[in-house]
Design a binder for this molecule. Structure first.
Ligand code: KIV
Length: 280
């Protein structure tokens, strides 16, 4: 099964935080994709994805839950291990699931350590304000952190659904403040989800760290999509920021690996997302 692992480019250096900072500074777009197992990790890596996110979205796309809330730390650790086995070059981000960091800084440290020992290079946590001290504590102890603002799916019940965030000026101002505080606390990356493109672009320009958008417009340092969404596997009505890279009219068939490559290439050459189609 893994003979193709050995065939991959062993001269390409693994992506590091330094690589990502340089990409941000030089305006080179960063391609990220969610990934939950070893076989897809091989494909994402071979497609030159810079980042793979072991997202708690696995609760929805793999486990069939209606939200990410039921996902456990054990499950995230298992999937991080699977991805780490297939990956060679991409930087692996592991999502801290709901209930694994909210209780205390100590709980967050233990949970983050578990994901790092499972193969993640960085952990991601949702929210701003109350998370700032947690981020600082993790970073001080050598754990790289990605923050996540805007639509934070673990808070879907509090937010009243999967709605665009930061539309009014007060919400936009809170978001700007939280983003700045998280970067000052040492977050090395920020995910912005489902918000007006102009706001995400402004935050990206204001911060020294890479900002990865999902439904946040083309002005971010890079993009992330959920694998099952961009492969056309997810059924039902999808958010407008999703593009099906398997079903593109110009795709002329092709394999899953080709679709992932096409996504990575489209992020890197700036042809995805399109402001008039995929943004708010
Ligand atoms: O869990 C996930 O896949 C995520 C992305 C939607 C950013 O957090």
């Amino acid at each position: 099964m893994y003979t193709h692992l050995e065939q991959r480019d062993s001269t390409r250096p693994p992506v590091s935080l330094g690589t990502l900072d340089k990409m941000k500074q030089e305006g080179e777009k960063i391609a990220c994709i969610t990934c939950y197992d070893a076989s897809f990790a091989v494909l994402c890596d071979a497609a030159d994805a810079d980042l793979v996110l072991v997202g708690d979205s696995l609760g929805m796309v793999l486990q069939g839950h209606e939200s990410t809330v039921p996902v456990s730390l054990d499950e995230m650790a298992y999937h991080a291990q699977c991805v780490a086995r297939g990956n060679r070059h991409a930087w692996i981000i592991g999502d801290l699931p709901f209930g694994s960091y909210q209780a205390s800084t100590e709980q967050a440290l233990r949970s983050a350590a578990r994901l790092m020992q499972s193969g993640a290079h960085m952990v991601k946590l949702e929210g701003g304000g109350w998370t700032t001290e947690i981020v600082r504590a993790l970073v001080e102890r050598g754990i790289p952190v990605c923050a996540h603002l805007g639509l934070t799916p673990q808070s879907v019940h509090a937010l009243g659904g999967y709605r665009v965030q930061g539309r009014d000026e007060a919400a936009a101002q809170t978001l700007r403040t939280h983003a700045r505080e998280l970067a000052e606390a040492g977050a090395a990356m920020l995910v912005l989800e489902l918000m007006p493109s102009a706001l995400a672009s402004e935050v990206t320009k204001a911060l020294p760290i890479p900002v990865i958008g999902i439904g946040a417009g083309a002005g971010c340092s890079g993009q992330v999509l959920v694998l099952q969404d961009m492969l056309g596997i997810t059924q039902g009505k999808l958010p407008r920021f999703v593009r099906n890279f398997m079903g593109d009219a110009d795709a002329a068939g092709g394999s899953i690996g080709t679709a992932v490559r096409r996504y990575v290439a489209a992020v890197k050459d700036g042809s995805f997302p399109v402001e008039s189609i995929h943004t708010y």
